[in-house]
Design a protein around this ligand. Structure first.
Ligand code: MN
Length: 739
């Protein structure tokens, strides 16, 4: 880190930023003593980082000040956390130790700082072979602090947010690593803890650097739309304001536009265009509940709802009642989508002041209200989740990399609501089956399940539940868990219960698994021997030995359908292996240059999860044998790899003169007319001379939607094609989506 004398300007900026922080802290501190601790932490950190600058050239201390500001303003934490945020990089970057902090600031602040200090070990070769990851170890360390104090995680999120804000000063590969970690784990975590402001700012920064063109285009469209629609929205609000005034509410109305990231996400996942997003605008009504009535806070939300829907027509399938059933991150509000008199759909969000604080600041606000007696149920969904995470992280069988995956999956899974036969509501992971539900109710019910009734109708145990389903499990005393169940069980809890049960039959499963592997290998002309066994262990990343491999195959957790690829991939490393079918598959390779160097010794593979084409922003991962797999920067899989194995990131550049073609998918929507499909495919093949792989269109009552898979040279090519198709009569939207 660069050390240089500070100028008068530097000192002025430091003084100004700290004054700003102190002002925010003053409102949050209970008394002068607390504020003095903040001052003392600043003085200490300021001295410790003196003369040191960040990459941006700014004095280093501006970073801890900014983190402390987020901690107090966006998350709402108190003076100990503010002090810890100011001190969070002192131990890592200077000669001071946690003991020094303890002597000066006491046990609590010292333990927060300790939790925030990164592990600084370098991985040795053995760790690499075992696929350990320093990123995962660091993250595990943070999660372990959930055990004593969740504030460490909250301050870490503030630190991460500020590092994202200043990411432009990082080299590209580092930027990608930081943004990927942010998307893989910090954003889901912020969401889970209800930190809406932190989460959405991180998402927008992620998009801005991962997919700058899309970010700029969407931002421009938002701005143009706001100017266009400003008057209409004001006209829309006017009658609501008057009616609420008449009803005697004290309230505030805020105008909201969807964030660029959430718009982008909708475009790529739903295959719609910007213009087709109907809930672009939201109006938020934040009111103070009237104390003098017998109406509860909730009743008053419904009262406001009835006032609004008395003025505007609402979309009945778009009413969301998170007042009665708060989201699992604590979010409470009543949402509805209504039609303005000028003909646009506008979402209206109804919240009390308390609900709004929790919606924006999350867990800290939740606890503050709980302490003040506003919230009665003492085990919220959030507390339950924290307890669940605690159970996972203290499990010694789970290594840091697995932990990262488990937490990621847990954080990003969405939930549905189902009912027991008695009408009790239960939350369960989306995609869960009737059997998952059985295990949710009780292990014994799961173990003895034989079938289920959903909404009074008999269904198999593998039936996928939908929101609102009423589920009854039929059991039989003689039943026991079956290996096949693992093929469809979704939830971790249920899977673990079955695996646990089957462990007793482990030896049988090992035999079955070994036999299955031998058969599969024989099918591709190979034998099970030390060499193929090692390839399988490496390929499937099993570090516990061959019995574990056989066992997993035997119980059906590990499927062998990509066995030939696993063997090929590892065979590539070893030149003495030579497979005729590998040669055949190995078509013309895409050409790249890495960072404009003339190094052509690497082999490149286009990732099949996201199918990037020339012109897309891409990231590559280097394997041990020098093969580089190229993904889109926004690809979920790439995010996961970069978050765990950031040291493998490389930045490939597309070559301009590539004559190769790449597969893409275009999703289409429009009005059906006679011969349209024919016309589209003829147009693409003959007029545009584009090679098509397939076309899949569904028509229903005069409208169609579907997709075309085709080969293009690059993004320019693709965009031209999209523009031309959009002009075809009957076609309403054409959007590139994932294959
Ligand atoms: Mn930091």
């Amino acid at each position: 880190m660069a050390v240089s004398e500070f100028t008068q300007h530097d000192y002025d900026v430091i003084a100004r930023d700290f004054a700003d922080l102190k002002e925010a802290a003053r409102k949050r501190c209970a008394n002068q003593e607390e504020l003095d601790v903040v001052q003392k932490a600043f003085d200490f950190a300021n001295e410790a980082h003196k003369g040191v600058r960040r990459r941006s050239g700014e004095p280093y201390i501006l970073h801890p000040i900014a983190v402390a500001k987020i901690v107090v303003s966006n998350i709402g934490l108190g003076y100990k956390s503010i002090a810890a945020a100011l001190l969070h990089d002192v131990v890592e970057d200077t000669d001071y130790t946690v003991d020094d902090i303890r002597n000066l600031f006491g046990e609590k602040i010292a333990s927060l700082v300790d939790g925030l200090t990164k592990i600084k070990t370098v991985l040795d070769n053995e760790d690499k072979a075992k696929q350990k990851s320093i990123q995962a170890e660091n993250f595990k360390r943070i999660l372990l602090t959930l055990n004593d104090d969740i504030r460490v995680v909250l301050i870490k999120l503030a630190d991460r947010l500020h590092n994202c804000r200043t990411i432009e000063f990082m080299p590209e590969y580092k930027r990608d690593k930081i943004l990927s970690e942010t998307m893989f784990i910090f954003i889901p975590l912020a969401h889970r803890l209800g930190l809406y402001e932190v989460k959405s700012e991180m998402e927008d920064i992620w998009l801005r650097y991962k997919e700058p063109e899309a970010f700029n285009e969407i931002t421009e469209k938002i701005n143009r739309n706001i100017t266009d629609k400003e008057k209409e929205i004001d006209e829309f609000i006017k009658p609501i304001k008057e009616a609420l005034d008449r009803a005697g509410f004290s309230f505030e109305i805020k105008k909201r536009v969807k964030t660029p990231y959430s718009i982008w996400n909708k475009i790529v996942t739903k295959g719609v265009t910007f213009e087709q997003i109907y809930d672009l605008y939201a109006v938020r009504i934040i009111f103070d509940p009237k104390p003098e009535t017998t109406e509860t806070e909730r009743d008053q939300c419904y009262h406001v709802f009835s006032i609004i829907t008395g003025i505007y027509k609402y979309k009945s399938d778009r009413v969301r009642d998170w007042v009665k059933h708060p989201k699992n991150n604590g979010y409470e509000a009543l949402h509805c989508t209504v039609m303005s008199h000028s003909g646009i759909w506008i979402e209206v969000q109804i919240r009390t002041k308390r609900m709004n604080d929790i919606a924006e600041k999350g867990i800290a606000a939740h606890w503050a209200y709980k302490k003040d007696g506003f919230i009665e149920n003492d085990e919220s969904e959030m507390d339950k989740w924290i307890n669940k995470v605690k159970e996972i992280i203290v499990n010694p069988d789970v290594n840091a990399l697995e932990l990262l995956d488990i937490i990621h999956n847990d954080l990003t899974a969405s939930e549905i609501f189902v009912f027991t036969p008695k009408g009790d509501q239960k939350r369960i992971e989306k995609g869960a089956t009737a059997l998952d539900f059985a295990y949710l109710i009780h292990t014994e019910i799961g173990n003895k399940a034989i079938a289920a009734k959903v909404n009074m109708k008999l269904v198999p145990l593998s039936y996928r539940l939908k929101t609102g389903d009423q589920v009854e499990i039929i059991t039989a005393e003689t039943e026991k868990p079956k290996r096949e169940w693992l093929q469809f069980l979704k939830t971790r809890k249920a899977r673990n219960e079955v695996i646990d049960y089957l462990k007793d039959e482990r030896q049988d499963s090992i035999k079955v698994g070994k036999k299955m592997i031998e058969e599969q290998l024989a099918a591709i002309g190979m034998k099970l021997n030390d060499s193929t066994l090692q390839q399988l262990l490496d390929g499937y990343e099993i570090f516990e030995g061959k019995d574990e491999l056989y066992f997993r195959v035997g119980i059906g957790v590990l499927k062998l359908n990509n066995l030939d690829q696993v063997i090929h991939r590892t065979a590539e490393k070893n030149k003495s292996w030579n497979f005729p079918w590998f040669r055949q598959k190995n078509k013309k390779e895409p050409r790249f240059v890495i960072n404009d160097s003339s190094d052509k010794s690497h082999k490149y593979v286009i990732a099949s999860c996201c199918n990037p084409i020339p012109g897309d922003s891409v990231v590559g991962f280097m394997s041990d044998d020098g093969t580089i797999t190229v993904h889109k920067k926004t690809c979920d899989v790439a995010n996961g790899i970069a978050a765990k194995h950031g040291d493998r990131i490389v930045m490939p550049q597309w070559e301009h003169d590539s004559q190769q073609s790449f597969l893409v998918r275009l999703s289409l929507k429009g009005f059906d007319r006679l011969g349209l499909i024919n016309e589209i495919s003829r147009y693409i093949s003959f007029v545009l001379s584009v090679n098509m792989k397939g076309i899949y269109l569904n028509t229903d009552n005069g409208v169609f939607d579907g997709y075309i898979d085709l080969y293009v040279h690059d993004r320019d090519d693709l965009e031209k094609l999209i523009r031309k198709l959009t002009k075809t009569e009957g076609i309403q939207s054409v959007v590139r989506t994932d294959l």
